[in-house]
Write a protein that binds this ligand. Sequence first.
Ligand code: BJW
Ligand code: ZN
Length: 289
Amino acid sequence: MLQESAKASSLERSQGQYQGGPQLIDVTLLKTSKHIVALCGAGLSAESGVPTFRGEGGFWRTFQATELATPKAFEKNPSRVWEFYHYRRELVLTKKPNRAHKALVDFEKKVLSADPKTQTFAVITQNVDGLSSNIKNLIEMHGSLFKTRCTKCGDRRENYDSPIALALKGTENSQFDINLPIEKLPSCSKCKGLLRPDVVWFEECLDNDILMKINVELERCDLLLVIGTSGLVYPAAAYASFVSARGGKIAVFNIEKTYDADFEFIGPCGEVLGNALMVNDGEDKHEVV
Ligand code: BJW
Ligand code: ZN
């Protein structure tokens, strides 16, 4: 039954425009792909209420979010940058995974429980919000809002404190800079050095181990699902052409046209992804919005 409806809507190159009805990636391709990788961006979490970087949601106070995600911004004004990250941590702590996150979790479960096991699946996310933490084979390529790194001794650790420093409490509601002195910003429990969010800012190199893991996934990938990313930021921006050049297929899920793709699903990924991956909503095992 599923297969028949899948056949009826099976997609040819560039014909996957979302029209509001159920859309499926070519069912044969979905079933015969040996290693499927999802590359995710901020659009994946948009329906959870987490702002994207570019477009309407990309402003915080009077700043473009991308202006603050730089080592220079932190050097010049660590208080402002911590206020920005404190605001985002507090916001994300109130958010839940949405239907698109759940579709990925369910798809991974389906792949893992298949007998015989003919497929593997990995998720590479640029997001730092932790909303994909139910995925087993997950690479968080830009780090995490809930990890810190000491600027003095390099100590890295998870941190879910709310607020992360007492003096930041309430600054998430301010429209203006609070200009906290360094002593009031998050500090290392080992050496008292200034902490920074353990995320990858512009012009910073990604961790070598992470890059190697990504490479392993992409070299084997024969179907790349590009979900909710503008495709403007490298190195992630180069992954679709890398996979495509090796003969892999590309399926893009976005509310607007971004990449050239073999399959294109224009629409909110919370609505589109589950159908395309043939994982229905079924019984809710996770809390979703
Ligand atoms: C929906 C939706 C819904 C909305 N459903 N869809 C080669 C060429 C040119 C430049 C470079 C290059 N290599 C490196 C660079 C420099 C730089 C770069 O790429 N610059 C570009 C801007 C040109 N890259 C780097 O610096 C990287 N480092 C590096 O490569 O090291 C080597 C090096 C060092 C020095 C010099 C040169 C090279 C590091 C990049 C780190 C990016 N960091 C950030 C911040 C992370 C921490 C934090 O969150 O605060 O990562 S920036 C920001 O952009 C964040 C995101 O992960 C990333 C990508 O954004 P994303 O996810 O695509 O979000 P948006 O907002 O752009 O798009 C959302 C999409 O969703 C849109 O398309 C919507 O339509 C869609 N959407 N609702 C489906 N419901
Ligand atoms: Zn330290």
